[in-house]
Design a protein around this ligand. Structure first.
Ligand code: GDP
Ligand code: ZN
Length: 300
């Protein structure tokens, strides 16, 4: 009997680590027939006898994602390049909002610091209250801070192709380098190649999802909150959203809005609020029916 975390799924088997033990389990009975699908990242109770074991219980999840399929992620490291490829702040805001919605801490990681800076962007997130780190996978600059942010947490990386995610992972976990290359070569970079997830132990402590899917958070298919809940995913708006004149304030144009007041007083950034308004309009366009369809597609 033990408790551990599912680190990988391969050929129908799940591998669970507990201390130095690794047990191997093939779902049968209740798990196969009642559709209780375990995910990588799940914390489970198991009975073990030698190398093969039986998972008896999946402990409650803090969150779960479909693409990549992984549970209990603590942090999403959003990698942005200092120079190229050019970051789109609206998409970064969307990813940050997505992370907040799923109770995942977003970490803004500006890479390629050897080539330049993007203070406008890093200041924007630091001011909003998000952890920011500035690194170079090339020179190793700033990596101590990234190591410290990852310690003791389960993290996944996200970001456009070319921002340096593979390079950062190779720095964080040098023994993985060959493997990362192999995986991306074998599976290519398509959207539909994201079924395999594995959690790796980092040298400094902590686990990291290494998957060809880690970069494929498609901003158009992200699970985002309903319009009236959206403002709660903008961390710096939180102290002001309760002060509005109208209980159903959308925080976009209404008189007596606490968030608009904070905006006028310079306590929140105009660009962040513009992103909010744009996301609010997008969210409003989705009917409840479309929302359900999207959720179904994602679950498939
Ligand atoms: P991924 O697509 O996000 O996994 O990005 P890669 O790790 O494959 O990196 C894309 C390109 O950027 C490669 O040519 C890397 O050598 C380069 N690169 C990655 N990190 C850095 C960095 O910190 N500085 C510089 N100058 N180049 C980098
Ligand atoms: Zn308001």
């Amino acid at each position: 009997m033990g408790e551990g975390k599912i680190l990988k799924a391969l050929s129908g088997f799940y591998f669970v680590a507990h201390g130095d033990d690794v047990i191997r389990w093939k779902p049968r009975g209740v798990f196969r027939h009642e559709g209780a699908t375990p995910l990588v990242g799940d914390d489970v109770r198991y009975l073990a006898d030698g190398g093969d074991g039986v998972i008896t219980e999946i402990l409650p999840r803090r969150n779960s994602l479909h693409r990549p399929p992984v549970a209990n992620i603590d942090q999403l490291v959003l990698v942005i390049a200092a120079v190229t490829p050019v970051a789109d702040p609206f998409l970064v805001d969307k990813m940050v909002c997505f992370a907040e919605f799923h109770h995942i801490e977003p970490v803004i990681c500006l890479n390629k610091a050897d080539l330049g800076t993007n203070e406008k962007l890093t200041d924007r997130y630091a001011a909003a209250g998000y952890p920011v780190c500035i690194v170079s996978a090339e020179t190793g600059e700033g990596m101590d801070r990234l190591h410290a942010l990852l310690r003791g947490k389960v993290s996944a990386f996200a970001g456009n192709s070319g921002v340096g995610k593979s390079s950062l992972i190779n720095r964080l976990c040098p023994e993985l380098s060959l493997r990362t290359g192999e995986v991306s070569e074998k599976l290519g970079r398509g959207r539909h190649t994201t079924r395999h997830v594995e959690l790796f132990a980092l040298q400094g402590g902590g686990l990291m999802a290494d998957t060809p899917g880690f970069s494929f958070f498609d901003p158009d298919s992200l699970d985002l909150p309903e319009p009236q809940e959206l403002w709660r995913c903008f961390r710096e708006f939180l102290p002001f959203g309760a002060d509005c004149r109208y209980a159903d304030c959308s925080h976009t144009t209404e008189p007596g809005c606490g968030i608009l007041r904070a905006l006028r007083e310079g306590q929140i950034s105009g660009e962040r609020h513009q992103s909010y308004c744009r996301m609010y309009e997008e969210a409003k366009k989705l009917s409840p029916w479309e929302r359900r369809q999207l959720a179904k597609q994602r679950a498939r």
